[in-house]
Design a protein around this ligand. Structure first.
Ligand code: KG4
Ligand code: ZN
Length: 358
């Protein structure tokens, strides 16, 4: 089964073709990502209107390249998937409308994919792991611990009460004048810094419910920086290292709580799975490894380019849904907000199941 996937929810314009042949890992035939970072850099963050226009300019070319790289034409694919949310609505409209046009003209099934679901299922694309698994999803907009028990069967175990972890990295970078996107910059600077120089808080530490809070940490960092301003190079790298260390310890504690809750409710997970841009961070990968080891489960972290936004994850989620007959109508509305636990699965399509049983 060959599926074309389109991703335009934030600042990457991406398209890919993925092949799924039964259970087990999939095959990425092409994966084209055009990052708009340079267009937003001057503003210190993503400007929604600029993003939407840049998607319009780039997407046709990116889709053409994805098909060419896979040595396929649009007639060869079995379905087309697009991220239909959550995200910046202008960009979502561009990607979903393009997918609908292809689906209509070529008479192919459409899969309107939830962007978070695509992050959640990437571990199955790369490693073919069975359900149920414990997902740690950390990106610029989301920080969640999720019980993934099937396609469309996602239970939120914990989430952030304020900022997302990626957002905290981005704000730290902005505060320290490191540019956008912040995560990779802060990680790079942190490798040269002293992680014990600044005593920063670990909010929510020790609580039984696996939720996160980042805003206290962000404020504490700003106050420390103000105390010693103007900052020299050593101050910046020490602040980065201290911040990253606090985040690492926070993730360790919160994920331990999350794994405990998962076991109590659902038994032993098949794996601890990480997804989203933050999982590209090496120090964070190490602590995930530790938590998985303690819990006696394997850790699955997709390679960095599949943790950040890409078309392959959308194509794969589309292929998983198509395999179950979960296609969407051409009037499916784009969604700015679309929580993962509101994604429909086979169990929420009673009409079809009832007909089959009858
Ligand atoms: O999943 P993603 O590409 O886009 C969203 O859906 O948000 O995640 C982007 C986020 C940004 O906040 C970025 O700063 C963060 O992931 N990020 C990182 C690293 N690489 C990306 N955070 C920490 N360390 C990294 N190496
Ligand atoms: Zn994402």
């Amino acid at each position: 089964m060959l599926v074309l996937g389109i991703e335009t929810t934030c600042d990457e314009t991406a398209a890919a073709v993925v092949e799924r042949s039964g259970e087990g890992p999939g095959k990425i035939l092409s994966n084209v990502v055009f990052s708009q970072v340079s267009e937003h850099a001057a503003f210190g963050g993503v400007v929604p209107e600029i993003a939407a226009r840049a998607h319009v300019d780039a997407l046709d070319h990116i889709v053409t390249k994805a098909l060419a790289d896979a040595s396929l034409t649009v007639r060869d694919i079995d379905g087309v998937a697009a991220a239909a949310g959550p995200g910046l609505i202008g960009g979502v409209i561009v990607g979903l409308t393009t997918a609908k046009a292809i689906a209509m003209v070529e008479n192919k099934p459409l899969m309107a994919v939830n962007h978070l679901e695509a992050h959640a299922l990437t571990a199955r694309l790369v490693a073919g792991i069975p359900f149920p698994y414990c997902l740690f999803l950390a990106s610029g907009g989301h920080t969640q611990i999720v019980a993934v028990r099937g396609i469309g069967d996602y239970t939120l175990l914990g989430t952030t009460q304020d900022d997302a972890i990626g957002e905290a990295f981005d704000k730290t970078a902005k505060l320290l004048g490191l540019g956008y996107p912040g995560g990779p910059q802060v990680e790079k600077e942190a490798t040269r810094g002293n992680a014990t120089r600044f005593a920063l808080p670990r909010p929510m530490h020790g609580r039984a419910e696996p939720d996160f809070s980042l805003s206290g940490l962000k404020t504490a960092l700003r106050l420390e920086a103000q105390k010693i301003a103007p900052l020299n190079d050593q101050d910046v790298v020490d602040l980065c290292a201290s911040f990253q260390q606090a985040v690492v310890e926070l993730i360790q504690d919160r994920l331990r709580a999350g794994m405990k809750l998962f076991r109590a409710r659902y038994g032993v997970p098949t794996a601890l799975v990480a997804a989203g841009g933050v999982a590209a961070n090496e120090a964070i990968r190490k602590v995930l490894q530790r938590v998985a080891f303690e819990g006696g489960v394997k850790l699955v972290v997709p390679p960095g380019e599949l943790c950040t936004d890409n078309g392959a994850m959308i194509a794969w989620a589309g292929a998983e849904r198509l395999a179950l007959g979960l296609t969407d109508p051409l009037d499916f509305a784009p969604r700015a907000r679309w929580p993962l636990d509101e994604v429909a699965g086979p169990q929420t399509k009673p009409a079809r199941v009832a007909q089959q049983g009858a």
